[in-house]
Write a protein that binds this ligand. Structure first.
Ligand SMILES: Cc1cc2nc3c(=O)[nH]c(=O)nc-3n(C[C@H](O)[C@H](O)[C@H](O)COP(=O)(O)OP(=O)(O)OC[C@H]3O[C@@H](n4cnc5c(N)ncnc54)[C@H](O)[C@@H]3O)c2cc1C
Length: 467
């Protein structure tokens, strides 16, 4: 007999687990989370070996999202989490083969000798430039508004977040809030100054918002997803090894087909990455503007070194494409979170591949390690051989929001309005970071609790850039 529930959630990554966490709080609401793998957590995978604590997926997230802070409190993880405040750290961008220190606050960045005085004046041309029409790439848009001197730094930002190619990522897709400011105020600088004034008026006197902190856990990021899933009862609220192959509307219900039978529900939440969602949605709608979007795949090469090696202070570095380096950058993990390496040792995690260099992922582990080590030895004090070296290969890639993405998002929003009880969230739909996944999962569960269709927010948040 087909089991009938209030809500079925497809996907047990942070998105699906957060929706499940919130639905448990609704009295008498029955739900079932279907996860195709034997484990929950999706892209969040921590690796502990020989006293080193590394990550195959996310290394942490900033504590500047209300919903993420609330989730930490509700789960009690606020008492366990560890934080690395941005105010205490610098980051580096590799320019001309050297690591240049990037301060963390905008006034300090402008004051720093990163670009010439003339290039700084060119940044101000933003005040007079008309909004750029069409769907420009990040690179085209930055060059038009602020000049080309900023390009290597912006490249570094999108290499670090999307493992992406800023000559293909669309500004409307990756920074919709900033684009909205440009269109509303005719200038990004003018718009941001106005917004800041309004925000200051509304905030309690004398209370200045500081920089956020990077958040993780002593045993790594996997602790977060493990906590979210630990109370879900197998067979009752969650089914592992239960991949969904099809879903369709049947009258007022959704029918979901899996290798473990068919399920029926009033609400259906797709909490999977964009491409997994698109392959399920083709049985619901046949007019998706795209059948798949590109992904940026990376490997993490975790390297431990003994007492002769040392890291500069800070979080790590990023290398823009013009530097032609093997690694996209590296995190100085044992600086960020002490305890990530045995006493007297350091841990750094370098990233290789990305949208521009997928061929590097075909290299065997030994080659990847030796190429990464020789690349980083040119930039850092790493004498001798690594005491620990491991290649961590995540299963999935990072969705790339490129040409056609705004139309795809508009199609998804329209579909959610047309199909009662359908909620589509997950990796790549409205951002790619953990904070965005948690925020959207809260919105979905609130809409389900209120018996409403999901409504995306009209006013886009202006995301701050942190290197
Ligand atoms: C290498 C890497 C590094 C990252 N670094 C950071 C970082 O430092 N900070 C940060 O904030 N974010 C980072 N991210 C992004 C972050 O990991 C994602 O935002 C988040 O994990 C996405 O969660 P999700 O639940 O939407 O998707 P996923 O984590 O992909 O989970 C989806 C789940 O759905 C399951 N599934 C898929 N299809 C089906 C199906 N048909 N039936 C049933 N189950 C299915 C999958 O098995 C999986 O468990 C990184 C991502 C990667 C890949």
């Amino acid at each position: 007999m087909t089991q009938t529930l209030d809500t079925i959630i497809i996907g047990g990554g942070i998105s699906g687990l957060t929706v499940a966490w919130k639905l448990r709080q609704i009295p008498d609401h029955s739900f079932l989370l279907l996860e195709k793998s034997t484990r929950t957590g999706g892209a969040v995978v921590s690796c502990s070996k020989a006293g080193y604590q590394a990550e195959a997926g996310p290394h942490g997230y900033l504590d500047n999202c209300r919903q993420s802070r609330q989730l930490l409190q509700e789960t009690g993880l606020d008492k366990e989490c560890i934080k690395a405040p941005l105010a205490n750290f610098v980051r580096y961008v590799c320019i001309d083969g050297d690591l240049k220190c990037i301060p963390q606050s905008p006034p300090k960045i402008i004051a720093a000798p990163l670009i010439s005085p003339l290039a700084k004046l060119r940044v101000l041309a933003d005040l007079w430039k008309k909004p750029l029409t069409g769907e420009p790439t990040v690179s085209e848009w930055v060059q038009y508004r602020f000049g080309k001197a900023l390009l290597p730094y912006v490249d570094a930002v999108f290499t670090g977040t999307y493992a992406g190619d800023f000559e293909r990522l669309l500004i409307d897709a990756v920074m919709p809030g900033v684009r909205q400011v440009e269109k509303e105020h005719g200038s990004v600088i003018r718009g941001l100054v106005k917004k800041k004034k309004v925000a200051r008026k509304g905030s309690p006197k004398g209370k200045k918002k500081g920089l956020p902190a990077m958040t993780s856990f002593p045993a790594g990021m996997e602790r977060l997803v493990q906590r979210l899933g630990e109370d879900l009862r197998e067979g009752k609220e969650i089914l592992h090894s239960c991949g969904v192959s099809r879903c369709r509307k049947d009258g007022s219900h959704w029918l979901v087909g899996t290798g473990k039978g068919q399920f029926r529900s009033s609400n259906l939440v797709l909490a999977v990455p964009v491409n997994a969602a698109l392959s399920l949605l083709n049985t619901i709608s046949d007019n998706a503007p795209q059948t798949a979007i590109p992904e940026g795949k990376i490997v993490t090469i975790a390297l431990g070194f003994g007492k002769d090696a040392s890291l500069p202070p800070g979080f790590g570095y990023l290398a823009p494409e013009q530097e032609k380096r093997f690694c996209l950058g590296a995190l100085f993990s044992s600086n960020m979170f002490p305890g990530r390496a045995p006493k007297g040792h350091i841990l750094l995690e370098s990233l290789v591949g990305g949208r521009r260099h997928p061929e590097r992922l075909n290299l065997d582990d030994d080659t990847l390690i030796s190429k990464a080590v020789s690349d980083m030895k040119q930039l850092l004090n790493l004498p001798g051989e690594p005491a620990y070296a491991e290649v961590l290969r995540p299963k999935g890639g990072i969705p790339q929001l490129e040409a056609g993405y705004p139309a795809l998002l508009a199609w998804r929003n329209e579909l959610m309005q047309q199909k009662k009880g359908l909620y589509i969230t997950g990796f790549g739909w409205e951002g790619i970071g953990l904070n965005e996944m948690i925020k959207t999962a809260f919105r979905v569960s609130d809409a389900i609790a209120a018996g409403l269709q999901d409504k995306t927010e009209a006013a886009q948040e202006v995301k701050k850039i942190y290197f």
